[in-house]
Ligand binder design. Structure first.
Ligand SMILES: [Fe+2]
Length: 313
């Protein structure tokens, strides 16, 4: 789709628009109108955050309220995007300002999106179906997740867990004194070295994957980088440089060369995610990372993530 399309719900208000993102035409930009935002906020105002955290079925009611605020037109569009390999990604934004507390609203909105396309997995690092975490100027954690001054390399999520991670949602909750730090995304069909690595003898060999203590995952998993094919026979991928645990020289060099190739790939796109917006990716055909930030003592950024599996919603 090249031109912006207006989707008109029953009350004749424009609920959302869809267009190709200027930095990568695969990525769809969806903008919820102010009318849509208000209708969603009104319909969900009786449900507090705690109730949504305690009652999983309420999350589906929140999702349904968002779809109804869009005249039932949003769910088919989002699911179609996620099931179409050539796209498989959208940036969801909204117009206007919520009346309620912004962070509570953002949890609700991301919950609506995740439950329109699937079901989120339990996030062991945060102990809920979503995780919120802050990146500051200094960090002493045990992975690159919260480290500001370096580029976080391209990877898939869900590489070291035994739950299926079909989608990942990354929402910007708050940002102060930030320069740089765009999201980096690469569709694996745009990776110029894909064939070289996909047709390599190690492409289908099991690799061991583990994670540091902060992730709260106390087991290791074994799967190949190219762990399955989609219904059209095209590869799905699970790769992350930090958590691969190669057991011999051949595996080590294969993974090292893969990381080098991905970091050098010029088809990688920079995507700015404004506060209140979320980037939603089909996790097995998109790699994601984060560009480095410019150092600033007051630098602070809060993110929310949800990861889950598709369901027939
Ligand atoms: Fe990630």
């Amino acid at each position: 789709m090249t031109a912006m399309e207006k989707v008109v719900p029953s009350e004749a208000n424009v609920a959302f628009t869809q267009e190709n993102h200027p930095n990568n035409p695969r990525l769809q930009r969806i903008v919820l109108s102010e009318q849509g935002l208000k209708a969603f906020e009104t319909a969900t105002s009786q449900w507090g955050l705690q109730a949504i955290e305690y009652k999983p079925f309420l999350r589906f009611a929140v999702a349904n309220a968002l779809d109804e605020a869009c005249g039932g037109a949003l769910s088919p569009v989002l699911n179609q995007i996620m099931q179409t390999r050539e796209q498989g990604a959208f940036l969801f934004e909204y117009e206007g300002t919520p009346d309620m507390d912004a962070s509570e609203f953002h949890v609700k909105l991301s919950t609506a999106i995740s439950h329109l396309i699937g079901v989120p997995n339990f996030d062991a690092m945060y102990g809920k179906f979503y995780a919120r975490f802050t990146v500051r100027n200094k960090d002493d954690s045990d992975s690159y997740l919260r480290q500001a001054h370096r580029r976080m390399e391209l990877h898939n999520d869900g590489t070291y867990v035994n739950e299926r991670t079909d989608f990942v949602i990354m929402m910007k909750m708050k940002e102060e004194n930030m320069e740089g730090g765009d999201s980096l995304i690469l569709h694996i069909d745009d990776w110029q070295d894909l064939e070289r690595f996909y047709h390599h003898p190690l492409a289908k060999q099991d690799i061991q994957w583990g994670s540091p203590p902060s992730k709260q995952v106390d087991y290791k998993v074994h799967h190949p980088v190219f762990f399955e094919e989609d219904q059209n026979g095209k590869p799905h991928m699970l790769f992350i440089d930090q958590f691969a645990e190669p057991q011999n020289m051949r595996q080590g060099l294969y993974l090292h060369q893969m990381g080098e190739s991905l970091e050098a790939e010029e088809n990688c796109s920079n995507i700015e995610v404004p506060v209140g917006s979320m980037l939603v990716l089909q996790n097995h055909c998109w790699l994601h990372g984060r560009d480095k930030f410019v150092a600033h003592p007051g630098l602070e950024r809060e993110l929310l993530r949800q990861r889950g599996h598709f369901s027939d919603n």
